[in-house]
Structure formats: C-alpha cells, structure tokens
Design a protein around this ligand. Structure first.
Ligand code: JB3
Length: 214
C-alpha cells in the first residue's frame, strides 16, 4: 500500500477516510489540521500537527496527500491547500469509493473524491478536485469542472456542463443538456431546468436566481 497524508480533520475527512479504508490502496499516516489537538484520533487516525509539518512528512517518503477539507460554495481553502501540497511535491490521487459505479470512458482528475453509492456514467469528465458526494448520480457525457462539489443525492442528467467551483446542493436535480456557470451555488433540493449563469445563488423548484455570488 502507498502511504498518504490527509489535510483537514473535519466532517469531509470522515467520508474520505471510510472510502480509503474500503480499498487496500493507501495507508493513512496521519492528518494535519489547523485547529484540532495533536494526537486526537479521527476514525482511528491521528492528527499529527498543522500544515507546516507536511514538508517533513514528504521528506520522510510519503508521496501522496489528499485534501480532506470540503467546500460548500467557497472553494478557496481547497484551492490554497492543493497548491501548497503540489509545491511541496505531493501527488494527489483520486479517491473513488469501491461502491461507486463508474462507466466507460470516464475521465477523473487529480484530488477528486467520488463517494459511496455514486454513479458516473459513460463519457463524463470529472475535473481536478471535484467532489461527487454520497449517492450522487452523474449521467452520461457530463462535464463537472474543477473544484465543483455535487452534493449528496444530487442527480445530474446527461450532457450537463457545470463549470468550475460551483456547488450543487444535496438532492438537487439538473435536467439534461443544461449548462451551469462557474462559482455559482444551487441550493439543496433545487430543480434546474434551464441554464444558470456564473456567480449566482439560485434555488427552488423550478429554481430562481436570488442573488449574485460575488
Ligand atoms: O455534507 C457533507 C456530506 N459533507 C460536508 C462537507 C462537504 O463540508 C460536511 O458535513 C461539512 O459541512 C464540511 O466538511 P469540512 O469541509 O470537513 O468542514 P468542517 O467539518 O468544518 O471541518 C473543517 C476542518 O478543516 C476543521 O477541522 C478545520 O480546523 C480544518 N482546517 C481549516 N483550515 C484546516 C485548514 N486544516 C488544515 N490542514 N489546513 C487548513 O488550512
């Protein structure tokens, strides 16, 4: 097994750790966190310190790292942590839960998390650092751009394009062929039946744009 260090010891880490544990691919050597007490255990794995220790973790031979801080509408911390880890030299793999069902000719970028009981159908592209959370469905030929988070149970129908850093809330449905712009937030339980511009907050059935997300 390859050694991996996790960055962030909150709620999202719980989801990712369970997926890593379900496969014999990576051995977790510890978790860095900005606030948690060193020595605290998260599902059996120790908080080993704050991010400045990551250089020494890399120098000790750990080549893999994963950002286990999530995002709900603001991806700036995940972006900052990705660039910090790459500067040190870490490789960020995709963590794909073994219960997920991934179709043919699907492309998955670096640092992506695909959680439990998800489906990603043929010819979809999942961009770097995207989160496809528990039970989400990404139908065929979708493009989910970098840092975008598809929340638990969301259904993204075929040929949908969702641009960078957008958040689609839990249990939302996006019908086929729709384009959603970058840096937008679709509230939980929304029904998206036409294109959504960039940098807006929208929710409802059918959704309405309620404000800018600048
Ligand atoms: O909804 C679902 C299924 N998951 C949510 C996920 C997507 O987002 C989850 O329920 C949470 O609401 C949220 O999880 P996340 O991002 O882990 O948030 P939280 O539980 O608040 O934990 C964030 C952790 O990151 C805290 O322990 C912080 O101390 C830590 N943190 C903040 N800044 C940091 C940094 N850790 C490191 N290593 N470096 C930082 O710069």
């Amino acid at each position: 097994m390859e050694k991996i260090v996790l960055v962030g010891a909150g709620g999202h880490a719980l989801s990712v750790i369970e997926s890593i544990q379900s496969k014999e691919e990576y051995e977790i050597v510890g978790i860095t966190d900005a606030g948690a007490v060193v020595g605290k255990k998260i599902l059996g794995y120790e908080v080993i310190g704050k991010d400045p220790i990551l250089k020494s973790v890399f120098n000790s031979g750990v080549m893999y790292a994963f950002v286990t801080v999530g995002s709900i509408g603001n991806t700036s911390l995940r972006e900052k942590l990705l660039y910090m880890l790459k500067d040190i030299g870490f490789t960020l793999p995709a963590i794909i839960d073994p219960s997920s069902n991934i179709g043919s000719d699907v492309s998955v970028g670096e640092g992506v998390f695909i959680g439990r009981n998800t489906v990603v159908n043929a010819k979809s592209i999942i961009g770097d650092m995207a989160i496809i959370n528990t039970g989400a469905i990404i139908e065929h030929s979708c493009c989910i751009d970098k840092f975008t988070h598809i929340g638990p149970g969301a259904v993204i129908c075929g040929d949908v394009k969702i641009s960078a850093r957008t958040h689609v809330g839990a249990n939302s449905t996006v019908i086929q062929g729709v384009n959603i712009g970058n840096d937008s937030i679709i509230g939980a339980g929304s029904i998206v039946i036409r294109d959504v511009p960039s940098k807006v907050v929208a929710f409802g059935n059918p959704f309405k744009v309620v404000r800018n997300n600048e």
